[in-house]
Design a protein around this ligand. Structure first.
Ligand code: G3P
Length: 229
């Protein structure tokens, strides 16, 4: 019998955070994103590139994947010097934004305003948190995704899925009550790390150096995709 992937199956998500790494920004962004375009994917896994605001327009041009911003501000267009209005992201085809990344933390009030305002502009929010307590504080705001990333493991070689399985389970159970999808990140590198994230109840991963710093970024992303399905 032919078994096809049905609507009942859960879609997984992999967000690649390009940060401000030399290899993936500025004059290198075309090559970097171009190399990832060879990655085969289908509807089972949603692939998103998280891009610094300066490179968003280039990313839209050079990537076949969805593009999110790494940050956004809860302001309309107007006299807001230096801010990133949501409407400006929507206008250039950006579908969402990371917020409160541990390298760019923001005030609780600002988190709340961004999540509320994002609905007006149909922008998705990926709220980064550093602990189950923080997840619990914000879950009722219902961001589209809660991304759990312990700062001490970010950029390292020990995956959060190996080091903190029970904390991931705690974050998942807090978020599940509010229907919020969970991503995990920090030290995620391999297909096995991705597979483990799903086993622990997450919908997918938020990953940076495992792709950007890899000698073969497209192979590294393929491995993550295979681990998620
Ligand atoms: O946003 C993802 C990031 O903070 C995790 O970094 O290098 O450990 O995958 P990395």
């Amino acid at each position: 019998m032919l078994v096809t992937w049905g609507i009942m199956e859960k879609q997984r998500t992999a967000i690649v955070n390009l940060k401000n790494y030399k290899e993936s920004t500025g004059k290198n962004i075309e090559n970097f994103l171009g190399s990832l375009n060879s990655v085969h994917t289908d509807e089972k896994v949603r692939i998103i590139m998280a891009i610094n605001p300066i490179d968003l327009k280039s990313a839209r041009k050079y990537s076949k994947f969805e593009v999110f911003s790494q940050t956004v501000d809860p302001v309309p267009k107007g006299s807001f010097t230096g801010k990133i209005p949501m409407e400006s992201l929507s206008e250039i085809g950006v579908n969402g934004s990371l917020i409160n990344h541990s390298e760019n933390r923001i005030e609780p009030q600002k988190i709340e305003s961004i999540i509320q305002m994002s609905r007006t502009y149909s922008l998705e929010t990926v709220l980064c948190v550093e602990s189950p307590e923080e997840a619990s504080r914000y879950a009722s705001l219902k961001p589209n995704f809660m991304a759990y990333e312990p700062p001490s493991l970010i950029g390292g070689n020990i995956s959060v899925t190996t080091a903190e399985p029970s904390i991931i389970s705690d974050v998942v159970s807090v978020c599940r009550t509010h229907g919020v999808k969970v991503l995990v990140g920090a030290g995620v590198k391999t297909g096995e790390d991705a597979r483990r994230s799903v086993e622990l109840g997450a919908e997918g991963v938020l990953i940076a150096s495992g792709i950007v710093k890899s000698d073969e970024p497209s192979n590294a992303l393929e491995a993550i995709i295979h681990g998620l399905i």
